[in-house]
Design a protein around this ligand. Structure first.
Ligand SMILES: [Fe+2]
Length: 167
């Protein structure tokens, strides 16, 4: 890897994110399907739509900077691998939903960190259009993370436990 300039690093970051997002486009439908809670399934489905936009924005940026670098995002591959263990797990649906949220929030925080760096580099390199696109995605990742927290703390566990107590 050549890291002579901030532009080199920016191209690498964008390429890494592109790999991460395309992996997520494949992973999110499985997470949606594995979710029991309605709101959680919808959150995954909604974030899948957003993730397709994230891929498109990165394609845009790659076009703008003339980069066709292709990195494999190993970090995201491992996070998804861990999430897949929850997807295929058997057990209490409420606990499984909690596990899916745990995996999804790890993914969101990874992305928030990466987009934070990428938008700062774009700013530093005076790539205003790229910075705006990265900011839009960063906002959507933060909102997705907050929504997952809201679902997890919004009585999901209590409702599930009550249901168990009644049966
Ligand atoms: Fe994303």
């Amino acid at each position: 890897m050549q890291l002579q300039t901030l532009q080199d690093l920016f191209e690498h970051e964008v390429s890494d994110l592109y790999s991460a997002e395309t992996q997520l486009v494949t992973a999110l439908p499985k997470m949606a399907q594995a979710a029991s809670h309605d709101e959680l399934r919808k959150a995954f489905e909604q974030h899948l739509q957003e993730t397709r936009d994230h891929v498109r924005r990165l394609e845009d940026i790659r076009g703008q900077i003339g980069s066709s670098m292709s990195d494999e995002c190993e970090g995201m591959r491992r996070l998804i691998q861990e999430g897949n263990e929850f997807v295929s797990a058997v057990g209490d649906p409420v606990v499984k939903d909690a596990a899916l949220i745990s995996a999804a929030q790890r993914v969101e925080h990874y992305e928030i960190a990466a987009y934070g760096t990428a938008r700062t580099l774009a700013d530093e390199l005076d790539l205003g259009d790229a910075k705006d696109l990265l900011d839009q995605t960063l906002d959507e990742e933060s909102n997705a993370d907050k929504l997952l927290t809201k679902i997890a703390t919004g009585g999901m566990f209590k409702a599930g436990i009550n249901q168990q107590a009644r049966s």
